[in-house]
Write a protein that binds this ligand. Structure first.
Ligand code: GDP
Length: 141
């Protein structure tokens, strides 16, 4: 069993696509074990994306990510990190395979509807950025 952080970004929340996106994740075998609707401050977005702070798109990305509410979720399942990224599609929405979340709801390389952790260590850090242990519910509840 593995856990990963999933974010529904402001563009997809604006499109009223929260339900459709969660349905695609659940249909792929992932289980929502934590969920909340939050709006990041600019500083919180910068903290979350700190690894990208030297990239040319950092400022624009943080502006976008703090532009409206997002849904933060923890997904659980076998190989959840890779599975989530498969259901999401590649970073650039225009290059994402048909049937993926980003192909369906993203519009560009930046406004790409969802975030998903890329490795076990980042998943742990990213989950802790949004959730306290008492906000997560594993299979045992
Ligand atoms: P991810 O793991 O697929 O989300 O991609 P990255 O970790 O490489 O990038 C983080 C986020 O930054 C992406 O999801 C996009 O929202 C944004 N991003 C990535 N590359 C670019 C880019 O070249 N230009 C812009 N404007 N945004 C980008």
């Amino acid at each position: 069993m593995e856990r990963t952080l999933s974010l529904i970004k402001p563009d997809a929340v604006r499109k009223n696509a929260i339900g459709a996106i969660i349905s695609m994740l659940e249909a792929g075998g992932l289980k929502v074990v934590g969920a909340k609707l939050v709006r990041l401050s600019r500083a919180q977005a910068e903290g979350f994306y700190a690894v990208h702070r030297e990239r040319p798109f950092f400022s624009s990305l943080c502006e976008f990510m703090s532009s409206g509410p997002i849904v933060a979720m923890v997904l659980e399942g076998e190989g959840a990190i890779a599975k989530n990224r498969e259901i999401m599609g590649v970073t650039d929405s225009k290059k994402a395979a048909p049937g993926t979340i980003r192909a369906r709801f993203g519009t560009s390389i930046e406004q790409n509807a969802v975030h998903g952790s890329d490795a076990p260590e980042t998943a742990r850090t990213e989950i802790a950025y949004f959730f306290a242990p008492y906000e997560l519910f594993g299979l045992g509840w």
